[in-house]
Design a protein around this ligand. Structure first.
Ligand SMILES: Cc1ncc(COP(=O)(O)O)c(C=O)c1O
Length: 436
């Protein structure tokens, strides 16, 4: 058995907590998602499909920085683009010509894209989109289905709403994905005041085409701006996003995450007549045109297109799912763990979302050199034969050990670190009680 140690990670965590609340800048990258004492909490470097923690342990990384890493860590072509631009400068007093180059690629590749603006985070883009929808329609209410970032207008509608005045969120209403009746009810509850509807066009489950079609028809008829939040689906469910996969063209769309292989960059794009209102609303950021990220975005999109990365990843996801299914069955774990999800992002379902089983599973993955959260955030680097081989060897060990643990009279005694904490449910799209 491998004796993996987290001495530096644990010591560092104690120090960091004194200076940095949550000891992380990103909720889902914090210690709540990893078993303290039995997982790394800080990473040092990455290359291809692998990362190394601060104790020098090496893992296949299936978190991918929460999806931005679509080519792999430290990608040669993206690095070269960044280095070339770095020699010229990072942020400037006027726009650079790179902005036009990237805008042109977005317009060429994304069906709804006629004009483009850049930002840093997905939340910037989603908030800009709803401002545009309100400005364009003169209405107030935004209907949502999915997770759309940390800003008041959205997060105030979730259980993590501390610090958000209730009044701010009275104009954001949630409805159930794939349930057109729930959207129609929202419309009738809010009469003629719905400005826009923002959905994650694929979120754990595929979209029902009829649902999307009806949503498109109703929004067109009622002068409601249809916005696809493609922050996750972008360049992953289809190279051009879910709008290309489902052939439903929204009015506006937001992209981020995988756009620049880890550099901070997001996009809001869509119909010219709506995007032109950017001239009149206020949407502005000191770093929105920062040149290294734009250069990285250009290099990433060109490479994704050239190597047909999206389809390669989808095919690899199909392979992973098959392999995992075989192992789950071989080690008689069906009653505890299942693998599901679309091939672009297979994920595990732990029965009853049992925290003990989830923690034991992640702890066992870490022990055998796998860093993973709920599922597989894949990159082009995972497809390499040596990574595939390592995946097979490591997961064979993981499931072999999980069989021993979960079929023992007291699985809890195998716990090496602390239990992870359940993440707050953001993608539960059923309206809350008393919510109109
Ligand atoms: C669908 C979706 N929209 C928006 C966001 C917000 O993006 P960011 O965290 O870059 O602000 C996320 C982040 O996970 C997301 O998954």
């Amino acid at each position: 058995m491998k004796n993996i140690k987290f001495t530096k990670s644990d010591a560092f965590y104690k120090k960091v907590l004194k200076l940095i609340p949550t000891a992380s800048q990103t909720f889902s990258k914090s210690a709540i998602q990893y078993s303290k004492g039995a997982s790394p909490l800080f990473l040092d470097k990455g290359k291809g499909a692998f990362v190394w923690d601060v104790d020098g342990n090496k893992y296949i990384d299936y978190v991918g920085a929460l999806l931005p890493i679509i080519l792999g860590y430290n990608d040669k072509d993206v690095n070269n683009a960044i280095i070339k631009q770095l020699k010229k400068g990072i942020s400037f007093s006027l726009p650079t010509t790179l902005e036009l180059d990237l805008a042109q690629l977005i317009v060429d590749y994304i069906p709804c894209a006629e004009m483009v603006r850049f930002a840093k985070n997905g939340s910037d883009a989603t908030s800009a989109a709803i401002r545009l929808a309100r400005a364009y329609t003169g209405k107030d209410v935004i209907a949502v289905s999915g997770y759309h970032g940390w800003h008041d207008w959205y997060i105030g509608t979730t259980s993590r709403s501390l610090g958000v005045p209730k009044k701010v969120t009275q104009f954001t209403k949630s409805f159930e994905f794939n349930n057109i009746e729930s959207f129609k009810k929202l419309l009738s509850d809010n009469k003629n005041n719905v400005a826009g509807v923002m959905i994650e066009p694929e979120s754990g489950v595929p979209a029902n085409k009829r649902f999307l079609k009806e949503l498109r028809n109703i929004t067109k008829k009622k002068n409601i701006i249809l916005i696809f939040d493609e922050i996750v689906t972008g360049f992953r469910v289809h190279f051009s996003g879910a709008q290309a996969k489902y052939k439903i063209i929204p009015d506006l769309a937001c992209y981020g995450k995988s756009l620049a292989n880890g550099m901070p960059l997001s996009v809001i794009t869509g119909k010219k007549n709506i995007m032109k209102l950017m001239d009149d609303i206020f949407f502005s950021g000191t770093f929105n045109g920062e040149a290294l990220s734009i250069a990285a975005g250009i290099a990433t999109l060109k490479k994704l297109k050239r190597l047909d990365v999206t389809n390669e990843i989808i095919e690899h996801g199909r392979f992973l799912k098959q392999e995992i299914k075989i192992l789950i069955s071989k080690y008689k774990l069906e009653e505890f763990i299942q693998i599901t999800g679309e091939n672009w992002r297979p994920y595990f379902i732990i029965k009853n979302m049992d925290i003990l089983v989830t923690t034991l599973f992640r702890q066992t993955c870490v022990k055998h050199g796998i860093l993973i959260c709920s599922g597989f955030n894949l990159s082009y680097s995972h497809i390499k034969p040596e990574v595939k081989k390592k995946f097979q060897i490591s997961f064979e060990k993981v499931f072999h050990e999980m069989n021993k643990i979960l079929h023992s009279p007291n699985p809890k005694k195998f716990l090496k670190g602390e239990l992870i904490k359940p993440i707050f449910e953001v993608r539960k799209t059923i309206p809350k009680k008393n919510e109109k």
